[in-house]
Design a protein around this ligand. Structure first.
Ligand code: DSN
Length: 421
């Protein structure tokens, strides 16, 4: 029998262990282009799977409702200090379970049900929790939404200002999930100040780029920074809220006891390790390489006749509008998956198609950069995408299988962090 990476799990529950092994193989052999995914390091993986799992610790370091916090308090304090240092903020709360609960805590801290809140519309690149109708944030609050200009695919800051001044929202969210361009936090700050709104930067997608100096920081411009920890930041699945000192009490109270119970201490440990890694010089190189790869990939896709929302990218993310290719996003995404290239189908701004069957695919470079791929590989990646989309149009399964084999060959030469060789 071959040695197993999780021997105890394999002995206790071979059925589940086999699924974990299969996922390891899938992640190792495929080209993962989902821009919100990444590979955590072996150190983050180890920290996230420790006996810290066994401990309840409602409250905050030094102010808990359970005893036995000698080590847990220090773990959380370490994560908090590292977050403050890395992002240059007064206060950090590392307890939110993930991005949506983090954003809900922001609502709880600064608004009352029925209040007007403002964010980018989901089909324009925003997030569900920025006041979109099907989310609790769009049912319990009155969400007003901005978008991008139809001509440029860019945020029209004059239109955002006009909406904010007309609506005077309690909270304005900037940031989103499908924004290929730099967010102008200073412009949002001046709008929020004029409108009398609390400004929240949801930087979940770009937190690692900010930490590595490859995207301007919202620190000093916004009231609250909300982020997940598992995207470009390369930590475990969790979230953080960071803010000015004046908002610290409101944020902490909203997270606990307002919204959550005991923090997930094993995740806090993983976040602490990820923040330590993100403070190293190598992470600065990583963040800049993510952007360089995305720009090179965008250029290679444009050369191959793809239409990109906003014409390209400034960050880690590319939104491809497939309208001109006559292959809808979902068909393309599923064909790419069969070719070993993992993406997600996505609405594009002003999409005439439905969200579950939209016109676009969303890709990004955080994961491939973590594996060491460089700008020299991006024409190859663009070629695979182009060939796979053509194959999807012709239902050419052998062509997709051929790409899958080429992808696996290259990926085998670039092992992923945290995965078995
Ligand atoms: N699911 C995240 C993403 O893929 O962007 C947003 O919550």
């Amino acid at each position: 029998m071959t040695a197993h990476r999780q021997p105890a799990l394999f002995a206790t529950d071979p059925e589940l262990a086999a699924l974990v092994s299969a996922e390891e193989t899938l992640q190792a052999e495929t080209l993962r282009l989902i821009p919100s995914e990444n590979y955590v390091s072996a150190a983050v993986l180890e920290a996230s799977g420790t006996v810290l799992q066994n401990k309840y610790s409602e409250g905050y370091p030094g102010r808990r409702y359970y005893e036995g916090q000698q080590n847990i308090d220090r773990v959380e304090a370490l994560a908090v200090e590292r977050a403050k240092g890395l992002f240059g903020v007064d206060h950090a709360n590392v307890q939110p379970y993930s991005g949506s609960p983090a954003n809900l805590a922001v609502y709880l801290a600064f608004a009352k049900p029925g209040d007007t809140v403002m964010g980018m519309a989901l089909p324009m690149g925003g997030h569900l929790t920025h006041g979109w109708g099907v989310s609790a944030t769009g049912s319990w609050f009155r969400g007003v939404q901005y978008g991008v200009s139809a001509d440029t695919g860019l945020i029209d800051y004059d239109a955002v200002r006009a909406l904010a001044l007309a609506e005077r929202p309690k909270i304005i969210f900037c940031g989103g999930t499908a924004l290929p361009r730099t967010i102008d936090f200073e412009a949002f700050a001046s709008i929020a100040e004029e409108a009398g709104s609390v400004l929240v930067a949801d930087v979940a997608h770009i937190a690692g780029l900010i930490a590595g100096g490859a995207h301007p920081s919202p620190a000093g411009h916004v009231d609250v920074i909300s982020t997940t920890t598992h995207k470009t930041l390369r930590g475990p699945r969790g979230a953080m809220l960071m803010c000015r000192e004046e908002h610290a009490k409101a944020i902490d109270k909203a997270v606990f006891p307002g919204l959550q119970g005991g923090p997930h201490n094993q995740t806090t440990a993983g976040i602490a390790v990820a923040l330590h890694e993100a403070a190293q010089p190598s992470f600065v190189s990583y963040a800049h390489a993510v952007v360089a790869n995305a720009k090179a990939l965008a250029a290679a896709l444009l050369e191959r006749g793809f239409d990109l929302v906003s014409g390209g990218t400034d960050n880690h993310l590319i939104l491809i509008d497939l309208t001109g290719k006559d292959v809808p996003g979902k068909v393309a995404a599923k064909a790419l998956d069969r070719a070993g290239i993992v993406v997600n189908y996505n609405t594009v701004p002003f999409d005439p198609r439905k969200p579950f069957d939209p016109s676009g695919i969303r890709i990004g470079t955080p994961s491939l950069t973590s594996r060491g791929l460089t700008v020299a590989h991006m024409p190859v990646v663009a070629d695979w995408i182009s060939r796979a989309v053509d194959a999807a149009a012709k239902a050419d399964e052998p062509a997709l299988a051929a790409i899958r084999s080429e992808v696996a060959d290259l990926m085998t030469a670039f092992p992923a962090p945290g995965l078995p060789l």
